[in-house]
Design a protein. Sequence first.
Length: 292
Amino acid sequence: MSRKQVVSLILSCVFYALTIAGFFFFSVTLIILVFMCFSLSITSFAYQCYQTHNDYTGAEHLQQEIGILNAEKNKLEMDYETLIKAKDKELEARQERIEEISGELKEIQKENNSLKEEAGELAKKAQVSENEYESLLPPDDDDDRATIDIIEVAKRAIAELTDEARKAGLRINISSASERLMVNASAKRILIMFRNIIDNSIKYMQREGTLVITISSIEDDIFIVLKDTGKGLPENETKHIFELNFQGSNRISGNGLGLTQAKAIVEHYGGTIYARSPQGNGMGIYIQLPTT
């Protein structure tokens, strides 16, 4: 109890006692005055108690708010620490990823350098190969860019190899929607190209069958397909048949020069040549030649 409350309570008791005593010893006016003083004292005491109660309630409420603020502060500190830890882990993960990427870049750089070296070697080999192909071109006394009928040249090659084809049981047919297809090239070299490919079919058919030569024209290009019904070759061997001295699993005597020379002739005139051979379903040679 506060000092003010004690004083108010004492005065209230005194004035209360005086009021009771006044009924026996004092006049009515004095009794009323003393009673008013008693009322004021008891009222002051009640007010002091009320104020004390409010102060206590306010302090308790303030304490609660302080507790809530402290809890929020602790939570924020914990959240901050958690966030810092998460960011630290994220930075560590990024640093590790950067190091991994740096290692990968170094490996890629090594591979790139290795590929550059390989490309240089391949370029040298390609230059040598190109020179080899040029050296394989048959000599030509005629005009190398004369205009010739390629269908007529194909028929001449067939006629020259008819006896050999008959002995091997090979029938050769020529198919074309046109009677004549003109191209700027050496008749002698184109004849050798046809002879080499037909001779290859005669040697490697290994059974009776047919060789169909299809010649067509699309815009400024001549397309030639020579497809036989022999046993063919595995795919991993087919892609090498134009290489010099290549011998496949069906090899027989010979130096393997024929198809390599055919490739040299085709590429000399700016054309392309490739082979397809579904094993067991014959060999197909596909040629594209520009007409000019």
